[in-house]
Design a protein around this ligand. Structure first.
Ligand SMILES: CC(C)(COP(=O)(O)OP(=O)(O)OC[C@H]1O[C@@H](n2cnc3c(N)ncnc32)[C@H](O)[C@@H]1OP(=O)(O)O)[C@@H](O)C(=O)NCCC(=O)NCCS
Length: 347
């Protein structure tokens, strides 16, 4: 008798982004307000980072709420029903409750049935990581449509007295529906990590050192240790800056090469909104022609980590700077260190 063989799973030949949506918190924090916390100037913040204002979430604007709002817009643009979604991937580093994954609540609230739902932690590369996973799931046949969300409440992890980070971070959510396509809509995702630089951007301390780990006597749920400091994000700005400028332009070029696309064929460049000077340096390194529109959402949104690429994408499409069907180069990079770049067709 011949050995039984497992029937392989096969899916769509290609995938693409069918819809994108964003949510920006109501509260605007202009540089003037940041100057109440740190010694700096509006001019310094603008010239060193490109940021004029950022949005910070209020109590009602939870990670789940912002995600549901952004996803609703992406689903509407894709023109699908929520129960057609066969996977929900939420990229975030600022959902403060570790279990369960916030993706399951989001899937349930959106009406995604029993779709597999999980969180990923890939910082500012989170959206690109999610896109790579979604592309594989769709072409591998494990889902028809996948919802990828990048969402952050970085204000919860910001030390307002830290001059090197207090002005950078913002909150928000961006979402994309990825689904089957007749033509290639997502190029090879060039992604990777460099754990030797794990301390360059990180949380100041783990939760179990920030708070007294309960022992058998205290039991769980005891109050924080005396003098415990709430963990925040810290960053070696110059090291990150140099790494991003030197290494990430190479990764972006690899994504172009893998997709068989040249810079002059792009309809948009949408880098992670980390710092305007990093964006400008990458434009130079890639020899991007002036005719290619570049996402500069950081000016009004700050650095929203996993949310920054889909938020910037939505803004470029809404403003008419980029058009549906155009090719866009996206690249995310951040804490880990991690990165992910790809050429995609805009929805
Ligand atoms: C954070 C960042 C804007 C700081 O800019 P920088 O030019 O590297 O600043 P430095 O830390 O070298 O400090 C330069 C000077 O500015 C001063 N400075 C630092 N923070 C300041 C602030 N908030 N306001 C005013 N002055 C400040 C420093 O004291 C220093 O002064 P000195 O020259 O008199 O000693 C920059 O390093 C950066 O953007 N890095 C990348 C960060 C990033 O993208 N992170 C996200 C990745 S996901």
């Amino acid at each position: 008798m011949s050995k039984p063989q497992i029937r392989p799973s096969t899916g769509a030949e290609y995938s693409r982004i069918h819809g994108v949506g964003g949510y920006r918190p109501v509260r605007v924090i202009p540089n003037a307000e940041v100057l109440e916390w740190i010694e700096s100037s509006d001019e310094w913040i603008r010239t060193r980072s490109g940021i004029a204002e950022r949005r910070w979430a209020g109590p009602e604007e939870s990670v789940a709420e912002m995600s549901v709002q952004a996803a609703g817009k992406a689903i509407a643009q894709a023109g699908i029903a929520p129960d057609q979604i066969g996977g929900v991937i939420v990229a975030t580093v600022s959902h403060l409750k570790q279990t369960p994954a916030i993706a399951t609540e989001i899937a349930e609230r959106l009406g995604c049935g029993t779709a597999p739902a999980f969180d990923i932690s890939a910082a500012c590369a989170g959206f690109g990581y999610g896109l790579g996973l979604a592309d594989g799931m769709i072409r591998g046949g494990s889902a028809e449509y996948v919802l990828v969300i990048g969402v952050e409440r970085l204000s919860d992890l910001t030390d307002q007295s830290d001059r090197s980070t207090a002005f950078i971070f913002g909150d928000g959510a961006g979402a994309a529906i990825v689904g089957p396509s007749d033509t290639p809509g997502i190029g090879k995702v060039i992604w990777g990590s460099d754990g030797s630089q794990k301390d360059v951007i990180s949380q100041t301390q783990a939760w179990d050192t920030a708070f007294a780990k309960p022992d058998a006597v205290n039991g769980p749920g005891e109050s924080p240790e005396q003098g415990a400091k709430w963990p925040a994000l810290r960053m070696e700005g110059q090291t990150v800056f140099r790494w991003a400028v030197w290494e990430m332009a190479k990764v972006a070029q690899q994504a172009l090469d893998a997709a068989g696309i040249t810079a002059d064929q792009l309809g948009a460049f949408i880098p992670h909104q980390a710092n305007m000077r990093i964006t400008d340096a990458m434009i130079k390194a890639l020899k991007l022609p002036d005719s290619v529109p570049v996402a500069r959402d950081i000016t009004e949104t700050g650095n929203t980590s996993a949310a920054s690429i889909p938020l910037a994408m939505e803004r470029m499409l809404e403003s008419g700077e980029a058009r549906s069907g155009d090719l866009a180069l996206i690249i995310g990079f951040g804490a880990g260190l991690v990165y992910a770049a790809a050429v995609v067709t805009l929805p």
